[in-house]
Design a protein around this ligand. Structure first.
Ligand code: GTP
Ligand code: MG
Length: 196
């Protein structure tokens, strides 16, 4: 999709704050600091529209970005950030779970993992949870610019194995720095939207 127009429509915590539109929505989930906001910015061709930070825990609400009045990206707070209190974590967990299990407009979930390392226990839990709820999921291995190209295949296999993915489950290596994988991610999104 050629993106020219994008709005931060709403930052929501509770379901009654979600946008009232029927546009399809794609959620971005993954550990804190993995690069969700950075992926969003690359997809919409902006530098820092979705706020990025080297400090984990930057995104604390569900942020709905309206793209071309056709689609929302929903930037979801990261999991696995040790410094937030247990209470805070539970509140986050509930907010994310409500959204992912109850939102009819949700047509796909992009789950980010760090391409440099094996997925964490939290990543495995998240992936299994998404599968349990039958949510169409694309795994994106990000920060691939930090992995030597001769190790890409090995890292891909490691992610697949650890998450228990089948060969048909989609996985794309991505980099917000080089924009590697951007077109493939868009193709997957457009397929979820029923555009191709
Ligand atoms: P939270 O909102 O805290 O959950 O984090 P997030 O997942 O939105 O991560 P964010 O996009 O803010 O990125 C975290 C840090 O990783 C920033 O310093 C980014 O510049 C860096 N980063 C993200 N993606 C990439 C990438 O593909 N390559 C490299 N080299 N750095 C990246
Ligand atoms: Mg973020």
């Amino acid at each position: 999709m050629e993106v020219h127009n994008v709005d931060l429509t709403i930052s929501a915590v509770r379901p009654e704050q979600y946008p009232k539109t029927a546009y399809p929505e794609v959620a971005l989930v993954g550990r804190s600091n993995v690069g969700k906001s950075s992926l969003t910015n690359v997809l919409i061709n902006r530098q820092n529209f979705a706020h990025t930070s080297s400090q984990p825990g930057k995104t604390q609400t569900l942020n709905f970005y309206a793209v071309e009045n056709q689609l929302y990206f929903v930037d979801v707070p990261g999991y696995g950030y040790a410094k937030v209190s247990k209470k805070e974590r539970e509140r986050f967990g509930q907010m994310i779970e409500n959204y992912l299990t109850q939102r009819e407009q949700l047509c796909g979930v992009i789950m980010l993992v760090d391409a440099r390392h094996a997925p964490t226990a939290d990543d495995v839990t998240m992936y299994q949870w998404l599968a349990y709820y039958n949510l169409p999921t694309l795994v994106v291995g990000t920060k691939s610019d930090k992995v030597k190209s001769n190790a890409w295949n090995r890292q891909e296999s490691q992610i697949r194995k650890k998450l228990g993915m089948t060969p048909d489950d989609p996985l794309i290596l991505f980099s917000a720095k080089t924009k590697r994988g951007k077109e493939q991610v868009w193709q997957w999104i457009e397929r979820q939207m029923g555009m191709n």
